[in-house]
Ligand binder design. Structure first.
Ligand code: DC
Length: 223
């Protein structure tokens, strides 16, 4: 069973996807981390982020790996561990820009489909249900109010020792939502057959239980 979890920034996709994967014994794949890795490398190598061809070439010449460890999933760019580096607000903005490029998305699509080819994955992102895994057995679209999403991002950053301000986070999230939904190539969109879960006011375990319930119902219908 493949599970696709999509939604806007800060809706809790990665935490939920990770917990669902753990409960089901599936492999968790964070596709946002792949765009973040590329964004980090663009910045690190001083490549102009507005140069689509140069950004796509860099991706073509490099490797991205998501590896499972006891501490959770780590992100490797050309075998360098950049798990912490990719979580800064600067990388978030850059990721949203490089993710708007068709030449980048095309390559990511191949990488992500290859990662899911053995099945039993929980993959989270923006276009998983609509483009990467259109035949996923379960599709979830997670959302929440912008206030709640910014609040969660702030707590997440603080936990990692990165200081942040709520108003600027709200603004950054709104900017990313706009760019991610309005781009031409595979925009952020709820798939027609996705289950919508508004997580505003819900606790993590409530959301995970709801997703597990949907998975169970789907499994029963298919058997
Ligand atoms: O989920 P995230 O915040 O880590 O994602 C970072 C950026 O990557 C986000 O602004 C949009 C982009 N992204 C995308 O376009 N498609 C995906 N499948 C995953 C992420």
């Amino acid at each position: 069973m493949n599970i696709a979890i999509d939604g806007p920034a800060g809706a809790g996709k990665s935490t939920v996807a990770q917990m669902v994967a753990e409960r089901l014994g599936h492999v968790y794949i964070d596709t946002g981390a792949m765009y973040r890795a590329l964004a980090w490398a663009v910045d690190h190598h001083g490549i102009p982020v507005e140069d689509e061809a140069a950004v796509a070439t860099l991706l073509g010449e490099s490797t991205i790996a998501l590896k499972r460890t006891e501490q959770g999933q780590i992100v490797l760019w050309n075998d360098q561990d950049i798990t912490t580096e990719i979580r800064t607000p600067r990388v978030s903005q850059y990721a949203s820009i490089v993710a708007s490029y068709p030449l980048v998305r095309e390559q990511m699509l191949h990488l992500q489909r290859a990662m899911a080819s053995d099945g039993n994955v929980v993959m989270d992102g923006r276009d998983i249900g609509t483009h990467v895994l259109p035949d996923a057995d379960v599709k979830i679209f997670l959302t929440a109010s912008i206030e709640e999403r910014a609040g969660r991002r702030m707590a997440e950053l603080q936990q990692k020792g990165i200081s942040a301000d709520l108003e600027s986070l709200k603004q950054e999230i709104a900017e990313r939502d706009k760019r991610d939904s309005e781009r031409k190539a595979a925009p952020l969109r709820q798939a027609e057959d996705a289950h919508l879960i508004d997580t505003t006011g819900l606790g993590l375990s409530q959301v995970v239980d709801r997703v597990m319930q949907i998975c169970k119902q789907t499994g029963e219908q298919d058997s």
